[in-house]
Design a protein around this ligand. Structure first.
Ligand code: HGY
Ligand code: MN
Ligand code: MN
Length: 416
């Protein structure tokens, strides 16, 4: 397909205004966002996105996982659409750009095509995937995982948040349970723009990350069972301290990740201690291990070493344990043709660029299983994300969305 002229660029002010408008919905307490999936704030953000899509002349479809698909017609109605998008849900202490830049960047692609009166052969569909973050309902990338056939829909509907609310019930409650069968849509290609959420691009003063791979991930939920007892009157040798076990497992995860530098990472993010009383030895601890690595064999070796270590720690402390995998995907290799479209776009537009492996998981990691997929990344300040202080510059947003525009439009084919 003919590439768009290098003079074709998006409208950075309109994009930035939309990002700031969306950021007003589900505000955090420190300047970021708390728009967790299937909350009222998520519902409000969806309505705003829907209104903007309709103003841009798009027709909205919603599937049974609540994922939103806003379609711009192409000249060939039989041609499979080019999809472009990300997610609008955020972490509890999330930033204004994680996911949102990819959805509103996709909308900006369409708005620019409308401004320029450009028709494409393939339709273009702007997408908001439900529950990418996986904080309220584990695992992450839940809706894109069902779409890609990695999770059963009933299993997804049964996922519960920490208050025992079910995903399926909350999706109905906010009024975003659609009719479409999940995964019925076929794609010509899928592109996702996302902030890097790491320091590489900013440190190297590079505008664009051409994402060739995504690292693999395991989320292991661990339950340690000891015995509640008085912190003052229980002799040390008689304690069965689940909190101590969690501390030792936390250290173990860090040590294992450090053994496979520079690529492996590992931490514990979610922690619940029971009864969580100042003068009671914790009888129970529930926490999630997050380990990642671009190399599948190393990732699996890390998991095996950690599970063996948990057994040894618990035997020494006389506490019980359960380890439940609650999230996983193997390392991802994105589609060469789509990756080339991203790289050529950066080249054509004169933006500095480098190939990069995504440290974070994204909906694109699952969609890559069912359609040719690639990602565009832009820097973020200090590489910080999943923090309300997450920040990007308008120039970075512009560069990333310009490249997204060119990759999508070239793949969709301009009709003269
Ligand atoms: O966990 C992740 O990598 C993504 O931010 N949900
Ligand atoms: Mn994200
Ligand atoms: Mn995220």
């Amino acid at each position: 397909m003919a590439a768009p002229g290098e003079n074709l660029r998006i409208n950075p002010d309109r994009l930035w205004d939309s990002l700031m408008e969306m950021a007003k919905i589900g505000p955090g307490v420190a300047g970021g966002n708390n728009r967790q999936t299937l909350t009222d704030a998520d519902g409000e953000g969806r309505h705003l996105f829907k209104r903007w899509c309709e103003e841009a002349g798009l027709t909205m479809g919603v599937d049974q996982m609540g994922t939103m698909f806003a379609r711009r017609e192409g000249t060939d109605p039989d041609a499979l659409p080019v999809y472009v998008g990300s997610h609008l849900d955020t972490q509890p202490t999330g930033g204004k750009y994680d996911g949102v830049l990819g959805v509103l960047g996709g909308l900006e692609v369409v708005r620019t095509l409308n401004d320029l009166g450009i028709k494409t052969r393939h339709p273009i569909v702007v997408t908001n995937w439900t529950n990418e973050e996986g904080t309220r309902f584990a695992p992450a990338m839940l809706a894109s995982g069902v779409f890609a056939g990695q999770h059963e829909q009933d299993w997804a509907y049964a996922r519960q948040d920490r208050d025992g609310k079910r995903f399926g019930d909350e999706l109905e409650r906010i009024g975003w349970k659609g009719e479409e069968e999940v995964g019925a849509r076929k794609m010509h290609a899928f592109f996702e723009l996302h902030i890097e959420q790491g320091p590489i691009l900013e440190d190297e003063d590079v505008d664009i990350g051409v994402v060739t791979h995504g690292q693999g991930l395991w989320w292991l939920q661990v339950t340690l069972t000891g015995k509640d007892a008085h912190t003052g009157s229980t002799p040390m040798p008689k304690r069965r301290n689940a909190g101590l076990g969690m501390a030792r497992v936390t250290e173990l995860v860090h040590e294992v990740a450090m053994d496979y530098q520079p690529d492996a990472v590992g931490a514990i993010g979610h922690v619940e201690v029971y009864p969580n009383s100042r003068n009671v030895i914790p009888g129970k601890a529930v926490f999630t291990i997050d380990i990642r690595c671009p190399d599948k064999d190393i990732l699996d070796e890390m998991r095996a070493r950690i599970e063996e270590g948990i057994a040894t720690i618990c035997e020494a402390l006389d506490i019980g344990f359960e380890v439940e995998p609650v999230g996983h995907f193997d390392p991802v290799t994105f589609d060469e043709g789509c990756v080339k479209a991203v790289r050529d776009a950066a080249e054509r537009l004169g933006y500095s660029h480098r190939d990069i492996v995504s440290g974070a998981g994204h909906d694109a990691c699952w969609i890559n299983r069912v359609a040719p997929t690639a990602m565009v990344m832009c820097p973020c300040v200090d590489g910080l994300s999943h923090n309300e202080a997450e920040e990007i510059s308008k120039e970075w947003a512009r560069a990333g969305t310009d490249v997204l525009f060119h990759a999508v439009v070239e793949t969709a084919g301009i009709v003269e």
